[in-house]
Ligand binder design. Sequence first.
Ligand code: GRF
Length: 222
Amino acid sequence: MVAPRLKVTVLISGRGSNLGALIDACATSNFPAEIVRVISNETNAGGLVKAAKAGIPTAAVPHHNYPDRRSFEADLDKEIRAAGTQLIALAGSMRLLTEAFVDKWRNRLINIHPSLLPSFKGLHTHKRAIEAGVRFSGCTVHFVRPAMDEGPIIVQAAVPILSGDDATSLEARVLTQEHLIYPLALQLIGEGKVLVKGERAIVNENSEQLPGAMINPAIPMV
Ligand code: GRF
């Protein structure tokens, strides 16, 4: 018998390149998750078109039609539940969610952020990382907590920051990794390999052994 796939709703606000990566992953055979609905708070989000092309039901819940966050989230929650959702994946969703909403979906709500959390929470991460002079940046998939960009970390990818980088070149390097680690995180959760203990996500996966350290600038070979 084929195991049931994890039902995922993806929340977006924009172009949806991470959504695209998740759609592609879900289309591969034996992937343990499926996208049951894509919801945007922006009616003209490019990601909605991407989802529709892939045959995924979409909905727009425009936040500016609501007098407050509570009523917006009540409708959002209705849409999410109507699809039989088991996990929500935020993929460039630009609405901050209330504590009540986040608590309702505790450990069933994940996000991708374009920095190595807990560094550089919030916006303009690439510009701020370059200005801070750090040698590495990257991206993080984590469970969502009420405080912005906080919560147990599931997967991270690190990339070097090079001397010629600006925010655009760094964003592109990080985004390539986002498209790898978001599907990976979804796969690990779908396979039941991620457990939240206290405020840490424990990943039960043998491939955690990585080769040595990454050093930037690289040590010159003699
Ligand atoms: C990504 O950089 C993601 O990390 C952040 O918002 C951006 C969304 O991009 N949360 P896209 O819509 O997935 O292309």
